[in-house]
Ligand binder design. Structure first.
Ligand code: 5AD
Ligand code: SF4
Length: 480
């Protein structure tokens, strides 16, 4: 029989919308109850992360806590004593995958009832999800949110000691936590959070509710983390935020993204990247800093979402197609060889075919180097989810396919033009499909496979491109 469920705090989207709270910085780090450390020592953990880089960074923090308690990572979910599903809520299909996995876990509980199963992340910031999991999936022991990760040891301790199931999901963040433990997923490329949350409230998006108010870390803390990574020999860092170019606005101490980016570049890590840029806050000053430093990659992810100004207005994006194109011109005027990528949503409620064609047109004008395309997915509690939609799913799928094809026609010739040229590639590992091949990314984020020795993993090497395929390139190592 499942244990009794205790509801400590439940998420509430109307509270999550609140933007009036002020923040303090907490440098206390994480503490570990002795009883839990005794119980978990020598046991194994497995974290399954869905969604964006912010979630992967959270995985590293949680892995750091488990390792600090004397645990080791299990090689697969079925072997782990503690499993954490770190979830994403941005589209419905992400949630469906998680529910598939939650269902899978049940069989492991039947064979060993002492296993502990936790669900955290964006998905459980929604009340209806809590209801579903606690009622239908009673083998889940702990549900916690995005704002109380650092209390994971205390929550787990309670679950173990009291033999209860526990739900503790705060609706809004209270502080910015520093001095967090971290077991990084890579020893040569790393993510650094520069800000949390988002205040843009695009009408289709759940993130401002699940990740809370936009709040920046102090520049000194970010720079200390970057310096530490440089000292450890890291080859690449990516500065992370839902909206990196709004960095610093909330601090009111003169910090800006341009200044931060420049200071990080000066530390001298070979590759500096940043994710994600919103067209609204992208200043000339930022462009100038990107142009000035060779170690800032000339690759910008600049989501447009739609090429129709009317749809952009309904999305609450704060720019129209003309403004977006002017920004692209401003960036290209200073950095002519910049690579641009984007996110596009097809089938926003009541989008007409003509409005969809405006998106295709915009893509042709911008000549993107890569693009992530999504079919609109209504998210409970967002303004767009209340709009009655007259576009059928079939039409949305047809438009989606038409857009993917149009994008391929833009991107393939660009990849073809790379054949014969030599590029710097940061070697990530062996290729997923062929263990004899290595894989890595160029400065402008193109995936390249080539033959080489495994001891090159984690190094930046020169690769001459021999063949181009739709989503990757084949090359050969060039010896200096
Ligand atoms: N439906 C489809 N795509 C979405 N995105 C965000 N919310 C939704 C939604 N409700 C996409 C946006 C964003 C990317 C991370 O996910 O394109 O940039
Ligand atoms: Fe969502 Fe818009 Fe914020 Fe991006 S900028 S996280 S799409 S609300």
């Amino acid at each position: 029989m499942a244990n009794k469920c205790e509801f400590r705090e439940l998420p509430d989207l109307s509270l999550a919308r609140n933007r009036t709270q002020s923040f303090s910085f907490n440098y206390d780090g994480v503490t570990y109850p002795e009883s839990l450390v005794r119980y978990l020592k020598g046991k194994t953990y497995f974290i399954h992360t869905y969604g964006c880089q912010a979630n992967y960074r959270d995985e590293e923090v949680m892995a750091g806590m488990f390792e600090n308690m004397g645990m080791k990572r299990a090689s697969e979910v079925g072997l782990a004593d503690v499993v954490v599903l770190n979830t994403c809520a941005v589209r419905e299909n992400a949630e469906q995958k998680v529910f598939g996995m939650i269902g899978e876990l049940k069989k492991y509980k039947i064979t060993d009832n002492s296993r502990l199963f936790c669900v955290c992340g964006c998905m459980v910031q929604q009340e209806h999800i809590i209801k579903l999991i606690t009622e239908k999936y009673r083998h889940i022991d702990l549900i916690f949110g995005t704002h109380n990760i650092t209390k994971l040891p205390q929550m787990l301790d309670e679950v173990v000691r009291k033999r209860i199931r526990l739900v503790d999901v705060e609706s809004a963040p209270k502080e910015i936590d520093e001095n967090l433990p971290s077991k990084r997923l890579s020893s040569f490329k790393a993510f650094i959070n520069i800000s949390y949350g988002c205040d843009k409230f695009c009408t289709y998006c759940i993130v401002p509710y699940t990740r809370g108010k936009e709040r920046s870390r102090l520049m000194k803390d970010i720079l200390a983390e970057a310096q530490e990574l440089k000292d450890l020999g890291y080859q690449e860092v990516t500065l992370l935020g839902q909206n990196v170019n709004a960095y610093g606005k909330d601090l009111k101490d003169g910090s800006t993204f341009a200044k931060l980016l420049e200071e990080v570049a000066k530390i001298g890590i070979p590759r500096v990247r940043f994710l994600t840029s919103h067209p609204w806050d992208f200043t000339q000053e930022i462009v100038d800093v990107i142009a000035k430093y060779d170690n800032i990659m000339k690759y910008i992810h600049l989501p447009v979402q739609s090429g129709s100004s009317e749809i952009l207005r309904l999305m609450g994006r704060r720019y129209d197609a003309k403004k977006y194109l002017e920004l692209v011109d401003m960036i290209r005027a200073k950095i002519p060889d910049v690579a641009l990528s984007t996110d596009i949503i097809v089938g926003f409620p009541n989008e007409t075919y003509e409005q969809f064609l405006e998106t295709v047109e915009l893509c042709k004008k911008v000549q993107y180097d890569s693009a992530f395309t999504f079919i609109y997915s209504p998210r409970n509690g967002t303004p767009a989810a209340k709009i009655k939609d007259n576009v059928s799913n079939k039409d949305k799928l047809l438009r989606f396919r038409e857009l993917v094809k149009a994008l391929e026609e833009i991107i393939i010739p660009k990849s073809n033009a790379m054949v014969g040229q030599t590029y710097k590639v940061l070697v990530e590992g062996t290729s997923e499909k062929n263990a004899e091949m290595l894989s890595g990314y160029t400065e402008k984020n193109k995936l390249v496979h080539f033959k080489g020795d495994k001891n090159l993993i984690g190094k930046i090497v020169n690769v001459k491109i021999l063949e181009s395929h739709t989503y990757s390139l084949i090359g050969e190592l060039v010896n200096e």
